[in-house]
Design a protein around this ligand. Structure first.
Ligand code: HEM
Ligand SMILES: *[C@@H]1O[C@H](CO)[C@@H](O)[C@H](O)[C@H]1NC(C)=O
Ligand SMILES: *[C@@H]1O[C@H](CO)[C@@H](O)[C@H](O)[C@H]1NC(C)=O
Length: 330
């Protein structure tokens, strides 16, 4: 009888332990279901998912060691200021195209009493999980609400030089290697605002997959503009239906980043791991006492596509900028 009681109480403790694992994370499962159904169209890697991924960056990049040192702006980062102070931050042309996701996420955060900084990083991690080939990002919550808008000029511009971009990223806490890895997000990207005459033009040939195809195609010789080509934010692209941002082309070709860039071609695992680590920095740096709810983030599907040269292209079309390392064979 006594043994039986012991077994039962051990079982009870065990079951309670299983179901109460991180009880603070409970509400995030509810939010997960709601944003998958109502924001991401039943868990798709579509326009809303891409906007949500981009938003993690446009919120998180709002921090500056230089401004902090001079006492002009402390804190910031992934604090949700782009939602809390939307009227200020969305007036910045660098944030064009993010209006819909900003207002949608504000609504979810208000309904569930979670902070804007938390909902942005959560939605970005969930959005990525909808896109095959993505790494499964960590997610922590507990960011306090923002107290001030992000100052102007902290979001990098697509017409910046590589030096300007890398300096801005470093001021926000990212190494040159981090920056190269973060740009993997553009393997999922399309443009709508740089040349509005061709909205939806992708930045690589596989915008539905998180993959190194973007890194490969970025090193193909640019031959023409897919549209009007009137913007200093645009570089010639190798293919008619592909859009190349001047900033991406510049980072791929700069002496301090070219070898890291090339190294990701054919290294999907390495790309996933580096992106995951850099995203953790983007989401969490500057915050203490966050609660780990990474288990809530769904496991992304694998990508079954093999890296390949686009039709009609081959190694002879590659411009190599990493002098010391042979170009990866595909
Ligand atoms: C380092 C400098 C970066 C620059 C200059 C830059 C610039 C841009 C520009 C100009 C667009 C096109 C926007 C449009 O016309 O709709 C874009 C799209 C995008 N960017 Fe970046 N970006 C950078 C880094 C990042 C990072 C770090 C991430 C995420 C971690 C990111 C995620 C995205 C996504 C997902 C899109 C597609 C948005 C959509 O389809 O609505 N970008 N980026
Ligand atoms: C919302 O959350 C804050 C802290 O995160 C808490 O202090 C407050 O009581 C909550 N409000 C409601 C209505 O639950
Ligand atoms: C590579 O493509 C060019 C045309 O762009 C073609 O002339 C050449 O024969 C191709 N080389 C190989 C090895 O397929």
């Amino acid at each position: 009888m006594r043994a039986c009681y012991l077994v039962l109480s051990l079982l009870a403790v065990f079951v309670a332990g299983m179901t109460q694992k991180a009880p603070e994370c409970g509400r995030w499962y509810t939010i997960l279901d709601e944003i998958q159904a109502n924001l991401f169209n039943e868990g798709r890697c579509g326009n809303q998912a891409r906007e949500a991924i981009r938003l993690t960056f446009h919120d998180g990049i709002g921090r500056s060691a230089a401004l902090q040192a001079s006492g002009r702006f402390g804190g910031g980062g992934a604090d949700g200021s782009i939602i809390k102070f939307a009227h200020t931050e969305l007036a910045n042309p660098a944030n064009d195209g993010l209006e819909d996701v900003v207002y949608a996420l504000k609504h979810f955060a208000d309904n569930h009493n979670v902070s804007y900084g938390d909902i942005i990083q959560f939605a970005g991690a969930v959005a990525l999980s909808n896109c095959p080939g993505s790494p499964r990002l960590a997610f922590h919550f507990g960011r306090p609400q923002a107290i001030a808008p992000s100052p102007p000029n902290l979001v990098p511009s697509p017409s910046d030089s590589a030096e300007q971009l890398l300096a801005r990223m470093e001021d926000a806490g990212f190494t040159a290697d981090d920056t190269v890895a973060l740009l993997a997000a553009h393997s999922l990207a399309v443009q709508r605002t740089i040349d509005p005459s061709i909205p939806g033009t992708p930045l690589d040939s596989t915008p539905g997959e998180f993959d190194a195809q973007f890194y490969l195609e970025m090193l193909l010789k640019g031959t023409a503009y897919p549209g009007k080509g009137h913007s200093s934010a645009e570089a010639k692209s190798p293919m008619k239906h592909e859009f190349r941002l001047a900033s991406d082309a510049a980072v791929a070709r700069h002496s301090s980043t070219a070898c890291k860039w090339q190294s990701f071609i054919g290294d999907q695992r390495g790309l996933q791991a580096s992106f995951r680590d850099a995203m953790l920095k983007l989401a969490n740096q500057g915050f203490d006492d966050l609660v780990d709810c990474s288990d809530v983030i769904p496991i992304p599907r694998r990508s079954n596509r093999l890296l390949q040269y686009p039709t009609g292209k081959n190694y002879s079309d590659i411009e190599q900028f990493c002098p010391d390392v042979p170009f990866p064979g595909l």
